[in-house]
Design a protein around this ligand. Structure first.
Ligand code: FE2
Length: 336
């Protein structure tokens, strides 16, 4: 095993925080290894990489630590002609570099008010570090890590995890950032995305070509600030959502981000043609719920069918998260 780099950390080596101990204990070192125990034989036909993004803190938090606060660390298993290689690398975000320079946390996390942060931030929640730790997909041969509160997309070589800098889309990258759970249409090579804000129109939707050109970007007007986490798509449509769980609008003005679930409000699903204008979106109401992740979407004649992870989301998020720590991952096609 080769150690690529070991980072300084001010976390206690005997840290007993429930989200920084046991299986959750953060990694301080980046490794590369082909030495591992394999039961059986890896099929030679299996060629590609498995990428997994995680939260991996380096520094003691400002106030309470939330498991979504850690810095992005990508783990990679590559498969090539029966050989397997593992690598892990931090996502080299602006926030990580600033905190390394400071030797301490500069931003408060999800469990604390943003006013406790020592630096500003451009995420939807404001004054928050863009950890780029939520999701990772491969678009146009480059791995893109992303953050659920909207931020930059950080580019990594999917085979080596080398830092390739931030995505710019030819200078047209949205100032409001991009939410996690961008979608890649393997049929066309396009990347579909959304972002959300606390000011009108509250939501945007966009399409990036297989050549990394931002070819479509439209505002989607919502009744107020929402917390969309995922989107879905079919060959002809994109699926956005307006769930009745969102920040209390009055408290946002005071810098407090408190989520409220409105049982008296319908859930709304928005269907927009892939290159539709703002006014082309059609909203469909259904019983109130909150959808964290969509599983799939497809077309059946004139119908668009979407499925979600409702079995998980009926439970409080922390219950769904703690036992198995589900993460957002991507399995890319062969990159050789
Ligand atoms: Fe997610």
């Amino acid at each position: 095993m080769t150690t690529h780099r070991t980072y300084a950390s001010n976390l206690a080596t005997n840290d007993v925080h429930p989200y920084r101990s046991g299986a959750w204990r953060p990694q301080r070192s980046e490794h590369t290894t082909r030495s591992m125990h394999i039961d059986g034989t890896v099929p030679r036909e299996l060629n590609g990489v498995y990428l997994r993004n995680t939260e991996n803190p380096l520094f003691e938090s400002i106030g309470r630590y939330h498991p979504f606060d850690g810095d992005g660390m990508v783990h990679m298993m590559s498969f090539c002609d029966g050989e397997v290689e593992y690598r892990n690398r931090f996502v080299q975000t602006d926030g990580l570099r600033a905190e390394i320079d400071a030797g301490a946390a500069l931003w408060a996390g999800l469990a604390e008010p943003p006013s406790r942060s020592l630096r500003d931030g451009k995420c939807a929640r404001g004054r928050m570090k863009d950890s780029s730790s939520t999701d990772i997909v491969v678009h146009a041969g480059v791995a893109l890590s992303s953050f659920y509160q909207c931020g930059d997309l950080y580019r990594l070589d999917p085979r080596t995890l080398a830092d390739l800098g931030k995505e710019s889309w030819g200078g047209k990258f949205p100032t409001a950032g991009v939410s996690a759970h961008t979608k890649v249409d393997e049929r066309t090579g396009e990347l579909l995305f959304f972002n959300y804000q606390t000011t009108a129109p509250y939501l945007h939707y966009g399409v990036v070509s297989s050549q990394c050109e931002l070819v479509h970007y439209v505002p989607i007007e919502l009744p107020g600030a929402r917390l969309p986490h995922d989107m879905a798509f079919t060959p002809n449509y994109s699926v956005l959502n307006d769930c009745p769980l969102f920040w209390d609008a009055d408290l946002i003005e005071r810098g407090i981000y408190a989520t409220r679930y409105h049982r008296d409000m319908p859930m709304r699903i928005g269907i927009i043609p892939r290159y539709g204008a703002s006014g082309d979106i059609r909203w469909f109401e259904c019983r109130p719920t909150f959808v964290l992740h969509w599983i799939n979407a497809w077309e059946e004649g004139d119908d668009v069918v979407v499925t979600d992870t409702s079995k998980m989301t009926r439970r409080p998020a922390w219950q769904a998260m703690r036992p198995s720590r589900p993460r957002c991952s991507a399995f890319s096609t062969c990159i050789r």
